[in-house]
Design a protein around this ligand. Structure first.
Ligand SMILES: NC(=O)c1ccc[n+]([C@@H]2O[C@H](COP(=O)([O-])OP(=O)(O)OC[C@H]3O[C@@H](n4cnc5c(N)ncnc54)[C@H](OP(=O)(O)O)[C@@H]3O)[C@@H](O)[C@H]2O)c1
Length: 249
């Protein structure tokens, strides 16, 4: 497939979620250096570029919910999405996965957001922490466990099917090993980072799953790659696979 050049106006159509989803569609978005580093000095900002930032914003505006692990929220001092989704009045909520509920109630996740964040946790988390983040405005969902099937069932219960997972590697690794990823958007930054940074997924070993290339965009040496699960993912096992593909650029 030939690379295409970046045209901002094309991105919402190119990255549109499949229509009439019958279950949550999990799109994962990461930026990495060409040698696989997922962060520079502990955060992803050093890998950024205008093209990546543009796509990051478009993907948020297309999503019903931004799913992210607590490690990323803490490392990146996450705040709420700012721009309303396409055709909507409000931005998508940030849904944070945390076993510990160790989130600072005074952090930007709670204080700098247009919509309340969703916190996905369990009864094992310290009740005082759960209460503190609920008091800070979070919509706290206490789930039986934080396995990918449980997380996606909770999003489905809320009618949030267009899922954008922004990482980090721990949450991505769990989703990948459970075969819960439909699509991976990977920005390759033209940096040879070296160092000890991890890669974009960290978790239990599992069989590799075949993905097919959906689209490639090149901008100033940055590659915006989009891969889609080749034959539909297995999770949740109870749902019939909807058998839909996003448009191929
Ligand atoms: N390059 C990129 O695009 C990109 C994107 C995202 C993050 N990052 C980088 O990745 C690093 C953070 O990595 P990380 O692996 O710590 O991030 P993470 O996956 O966001 O966070 C891991 C934490 O999330 C919670 N969690 C996630 N999945 C869980 C599950 N299935 N069950 C229970 N808890 C779960 C746990 O939180 P508790 O500890 O609260 O229980 C766990 O410690 C940072 O340096 C960040 O900058 C880079």
């Amino acid at each position: 497939m030939d690379g295409t050049t970046l045209d901002a106006a094309d991105l919402p159509g190119l990255y549109a979620y499949p229509e009439d989803l019958a279950r949550p569609w999990v799109r994962v978005n990461f930026v990495s250096s060409i040698d696989g580093a997922v962060s520079v000095d502990g955060v992803s900002g050093g890998l950024g570029s205008p093209a990546d930032e543009l796509l990051f914003g478009v993907l948020r505006r297309l999503a019903d919910v931004v799913l992210v692990g607590a490690g990323t929220v803490r490392a990146e001092d996450y705040r709420g999405a700012r721009k309303p989704g396409y055709g909507r009045d409000a931005p998508p909520p940030i849904a944070v996965v945390t076993g510990s509920a160790h989130l600072d109630p005074a952090s930007r996740l709670f204080t700098d957001t247009a919509v309340p964040p969703i916190v996905l946790t369990t009864a094992d988390a310290d009740p005082r922490r759960r209460q503190a983040i609920a008091a800070a405005g979070a919509d706290v969902a206490v789930l039986g466990d934080l396995a990918p099937a449980t997380l996606l069932a909770e999003l489905e219960r809320r009618g949030l099917r267009k899922v954008l997972c922004e990482g980090g590697p721990g949450l991505h690794g769990d989703l990948a090993s459970a075969d819960a990823v439909d699509e991976l958007c990977l920005t390759l930054a033209p940096l040879h980072a070296g160092g000890g940074s991890g890669r974009i997924a960290r978790g239990p070993d599992g069989p590799p799953r075949e993905m097919r290339l959906g689209s490639v965009i090149e901008d100033d040496g940055v590659l915006l790659l989009r891969y889609v699960r080749a034959r539909g993912r297995a999770l949740p096992a109870t749902s019939t696979d909807v058998g839909v593909d996003p448009p191929i650029g």
